[in-house]
Design a protein around this ligand. Sequence first.
Ligand SMILES: [Fe+2]
Ligand SMILES: [Fe+2]
Length: 391
Amino acid sequence: MAPILPTTQLPSVDVFAIEDDAAQLTWRRLPGGQLTALVEDQEQDLGAVHGPGAADLRGLRPGTTQTIDVLVDGRVTAQTSVRTLPAASTSATKIATISDLHFGETGFGLVKRIRDHGADPYPLRCAQSAARDAVAWGAELLVIKGDITCHSRPEEWEMFDEFLADVPIPIMAIPGNHDVLGHLGSLDATVELQRRSLFPAPVTTRDIDGFRIVAVDSTVPGHSWGRVGRWRDEIRDAVDTDRPSMVFTHHHFEARALPWFWPLGVRYLDGTALVDSLLEANPDLFFSAGHTHRNRMRRHGSAVITEVSSTKDYPGVWAGYVLSGTGIRQVVRRVSDPDSLRWTDRTHAAVGGIWGRWSPGQLHQRSFAHEWSRPYGEVLLEAQAWASPNV
Ligand SMILES: [Fe+2]
Ligand SMILES: [Fe+2]
């Protein structure tokens, strides 16, 4: 093995995602060659390197810090470490979410548009890669949280059909602001989703292994901001159960009374009043939103409130949730298809490079474990036959 000289600047490899026994490494630049990783002297083959990429480390020990040497053609090229999350102590159920697919978009960036010249449109490529990754990861349900299209045009919904044809697991979907802008020639997103049996009502529930999944339409037709208070009673009824519940919306709940970044979401008073009301009915709530195209996590009382970024611009992700009787684990992973990753990596440069620093969020906000406030044990698994009222 070649020595590492003190002056050597090692190319950066990021630990983008961690789980209990796995981690996702990503990199922007590594020399071409065959990639391997040494995890505490155990070698793992990670495939060939060509430009930006991602690879999974597997078989890690839960709840421990492990050092990793990354080798290209046998030469140590980068070093890092991972602190894995604790393993779930009971049997677990996996679901996944994606959002902000933006079918129909042809370029990304506020001032200077970054264009793609791939054979397939990049929004489709990225969404397909995200869904493939989520299914391979073991997701049993995919929740699509809006901004499916750019302008709700017929050809954009046809692209959505092309996407749906490749997804072998059940899907729940809600519209985003881009789907309800009401431009000339746009289709009614509600009708389009209902035609595909994906969105029966503004508040749709589904139970999976005893966990309650609630998808809420937060859109206001013709506007980019969102609203949820009008559905407060319906959402409260949906989470009024003795099981942990997840609430999915397109719009994020603003964390401050005065919004300080674009885009506007659900205004602070509206979102906070809803969360407080829901917590009175159920202390074990987990919220997941899209819209901001960034990854963040915060807590409000015993609730966890998250934002997960888009499939199709940097960092280009999907999120997986591992639900068990003791808690929930979130992992946000970058789409791994090399063509998609090359595209999302290019969009790092948007807004003068600010986008690449703003959108990813921090590792502990993307990958984390959260314990429920109440002990549920294995009782959740006994509830597999729960009715699914709306789907
Ligand atoms: Fe969006
Ligand atoms: Fe949006």
